[in-house]
Design a protein around this ligand. Structure first.
Ligand code: HAM
Length: 433
């Protein structure tokens, strides 16, 4: 017996029974973002590693530990890519920025607003809500430096959550981490502070002392917490312009009645952020184990990637995490509503006619089920019952010759013979009443 092949760790099969959640999320994302005039963008699932390395950060967890390389199985080099390594995208913001530059979207009327929905890949330790292939929905605004754009992004997130009836379960945490002007001072102040505790800090934080002391604020290690609690607050260190920007964002949120928690430790794990950073988490996730989504401003990203200076702000959320929240809270999601009809046939001619009937039913807006390789009437009716259909259409030799079908009500067994021409009318009366 050949060995049964399993899917890779940290990946999921999304079966038909789960699709209703995916459909609901994608429909809400599309609806809300279309209202705000975002256009959909799809970028490749793999890109050159340069797309991600510098913008996300050489010393970030994603770049250091989590990226997957894409290689041809054959040993020979890919002449199209030269020495360039290809990687699976660990996120989309940098890929969208690459596309913004490459496709000259700066020549479009600014701001340019783009949304996406697709898989991303990170080598993470798999557990609930944490996968190696996971889906993100997200959106980016290029070319708008205003605090209003920051608040608009948060408003869109909130509207998506509200469409999904999840807004009351979510908390917004927000912070500012300064810009290219005040960041060096912030790093130095924090670096100087943490250096006093080098020995007490965990190994990761000791490394962060020289790479990016800001990231120490994000550390979850128990031993580091008392030191972080006493650290200078970033909000007190940012320059007046950044402070003012942040104040305006918060004023907008007040106007919109969107509540928030100020979290001075929210620095996020990607290097490209400037000024506003925010995360959405479930209210009961007090240990801040798995955020439902995160975002922020990235005014230096486009320049960092070789484009002309263009401000940006965006957000991405994890689809699986939303679904898990919906299921945990028992939220009902409607499935597709097309009525299902079973087509039952016996005899050679009837089988030929049955496929024509399936085509006709699809055109009339019904979803059909059929087990063409079953010959017995009983087996097919049993199948219809298992599939939960309300009506079956039966074609035997006689019906096939006379262009008729028997319409059978599966709950009481009553039957009526109708001509195929009148089928639409009869079904409308019976099925769609
Ligand atoms: P991120 O915080 O790395 O941000 O990821 C955003 C969201 O993706 C997370 O909050 C989480 O819901 C989901 N996520 C991340 N890793 C996993 C995983 N291993 N398994 C399941 N879900 C996961 C970004 O990716 C930024 N690009 C967001 C952004 C957009 N910033 C500006 N624009």
């Amino acid at each position: 017996m050949p060995k049964i092949i399993q899917r890779p760790r940290g990946t999921q099969d999304i079966l038909p029974i789960d699709q209703k959640y995916w459909r609901a999320i994608q429909a809400s994302v599309e609806k809300v973002l279309t209202h705000f005039n975002f256009g959909r963008i799809e970028t490749p699932m793999f890109e050159s590693e340069d797309t991600f390395l510098r913008p996300i950060g050489q010393y970030s967890d994603i770049v250091e530990k989590e990226m997957y390389e894409v290689k041809r199985l054959s040993d020979s080099k890919d002449p199209d890519e030269g020495n360039q390594r290809l990687v699976l995208r660990p996120e989309m913001t940098t890929a969208v920025a690459r596309s913004f530059i490459e496709n000259g979207l700066l020549s479009w009327p600014q701001p340019v607003k783009l949304w996406y929905f697709g898989p991303a890949f990170r080598y993470d330790r798999p557990q609930k809500g944490r996968y190696r292939q996971f889906f993100q929905y997200g959106f980016e605004i290029f070319g708008d430096a205003s605090a209003t754009a920051d608040a608009l992004v948060i408003l869109a997130v909130w509207q998506i959550l509200s469409e999904l009836k999840l807004d009351h379960l979510a908390i917004l945490e927000i912070n500012t981490i300064g810009d290219k002007n005040c960041r060096p001072k912030i790093r130095k102040t924090l670096g100087d502070y943490f250096k006093n505790y080098t020995k007490e800090l965990c190994a990761d934080c000791q490394r962060r002392l020289s790479t990016n002391p800001l990231r120490i604020l994000d550390c979850k290690t128990v031993g580091c917490q008392p030191i972080i609690d006493q650290a200078p607050t970033v909000l007190d260190l940012v320059c007046e312009l950044c402070k003012n920007h942040f104040r305006l964002v918060l004023e907008h949120l007040d106007d919109l009645d969107i509540g928030y928690d100020l979290n001075p430790r929210l620095v996020r794990g990607l290097d490209y952020y400037t000024r506003t950073t925010f995360e959405i988490r479930a209210k009961d996730d007090e240990r801040r184990q798995s955020s439902l989504g995160g975002g922020g401003r990235y005014d230096e990203l486009v320049v960092m990637m070789g484009g002309q200076s263009t401000p940006g702000i965006g957000f991405a959320g994890g689809v699986e995490r939303l679904i898990e929240l919906m299921i945990d809270r028992g939220l009902k999601v409607a499935d597709r509503t097309e009525p299902k009809i079973c087509v039952v046939q016996f005899g050679q001619l009837a089988r030929r006619k049955s496929l024509v009937l399936v085509a006709k039913l699809a055109n009339l807006g019904y979803s059909t089920v059929a087990a063409f390789d079953k010959d017995s009437l009983n087996a097919q009716l049993k199948y219809a019952n298992r599939m939960g259909v309300a009506y079956s259409l039966i074609i035997g030799q006689k019906e096939a010759l006379e262009n008729e079908v028997i319409v059978r009500n599966m709950s009481d067994g009553s039957q009526e013979t109708v001509s195929v021409k009148k089928l639409d009318e009869v079904l409308k009366r019976k099925v769609k009443q």
